[in-house]
Ligand binder design. Sequence first.
Ligand code: UDX
Length: 425
Amino acid sequence: MVMKISIIGAGYVGLVSSICLSELNHTVTLIDNNLDKVETINSGNSPIYERGLEKALIKHINHNLRSMSDYDSIPKSDLTFICVGTPLSSDSKTDLRMIKSAVESIGMALRNEGKNHVVVVRSTVPPGTTDKIIEPLLQKYVRLSERNIKLAVNPEFLREGSALQDFFQPDRIVIGCRDAWAADRITDVYKGINSPILRTDLITAEMIKYASNAFLATKISFSNEIGNICKSMGINTYEVMGGVGMDHRIGAHFLNPGVGFGGSCLPKDLAALIKLAESHGEHPLILKSVLEVNEDRPMRMIRLLEKRLGTIKGKRIAVIGLAFKNGTDDIRESRAIPILKLLIEREAQITAYDPVAIPPMRILIPDIIYCDNAGEALKDADACLILTEWPEFGELNEEFDMMRSRVIIEGRKVLSTQYSEGLCW
Ligand code: UDX
């Protein structure tokens, strides 16, 4: 069944979702108030790097996908997905300003005209937000029951770098909704995708997203803690976690120790969940430790570097991998940021390389030497730190011969050279 869908927010989630929904043959309008972004998308260029995304964008743009800066498509749509950002404010609470503004715009667009409609919250919002904030706000503009306008929560579980695959082959689709008709409409949207569909109420769907990300973060910090113990006992952590992950009750994924987790979701959602727990009088001991273990990873890497090099001052350090993981140019909460800052504080001479993330990092940290390839960064380096697992880093070999001394520390296990040492393996 072909549906008319509006999506608000051409950020990572909105852009990927709109292109993937076009691929499912729906007619999609992607709304964003940034005119430059709208034009970029309409000319077939993706504002973000994501494998396969631009190719799919070119296929659909100006066919069954278009981008607009106004909300005119909403009354003619069957569903509107809200995909705007929900960043953390300085006090670690979730900043809902963009959500509220999107909801007001939807309310105004639906006020006078429109058919049956489902407003779907796809942004990550603290449990209770849709019920307690979004619904009353929308009611100010339009009487939902009189007009058959329903609210739903449909969290995304897209990993950057494999977002298209995750969209079309999800482990589950979660639909939080009070109304069976509206939940059926969302089920229809995903027709053609073969995965279990879990229907819940609104607040449960919101909490599933937070609990999932918190659990993934917990697996990583747990692996890092085991890694620390293994390293000091001379045990290979990767072999250990490989054996641990073979237990189906545990699962093999997210057990890779290293420099810790970054990105736009895991750190933010964990911090928000901790804040939320505390606001309900809870003491989330595990969640706080997960964050604490993660925050120590960059410093741990610097401590190891100092152990191998002595003083860092004046030494040439190559930092390879700048994004928060491979397969993306996203540097949000990248572990490279604190590492670069710690190196700058220690007056190192820094050379840096990443296949796609140099432009955003150059804006954030301009005063280091950015190189066109890993070999150039490694030339004459006293030490190198590998921070992401791009497969091309795994092929580096004779490039290390150009280093002044072979101190190679991996924050992600990717190299095949025998001279490297892992942060915790
Ligand atoms: C995450 C969730 O996986 C996704 O479901 C959610 O919707 C958005 O947040 P993403 O931020 O793209 O996705 O990255 P993810 O692949 O989960 O990795 C997060 C961080 O953890 C990265 O820095 C990664 O390098 C690190 N990581 C991951 C580890 O350190 N070890 C692992 O074993 C796995």
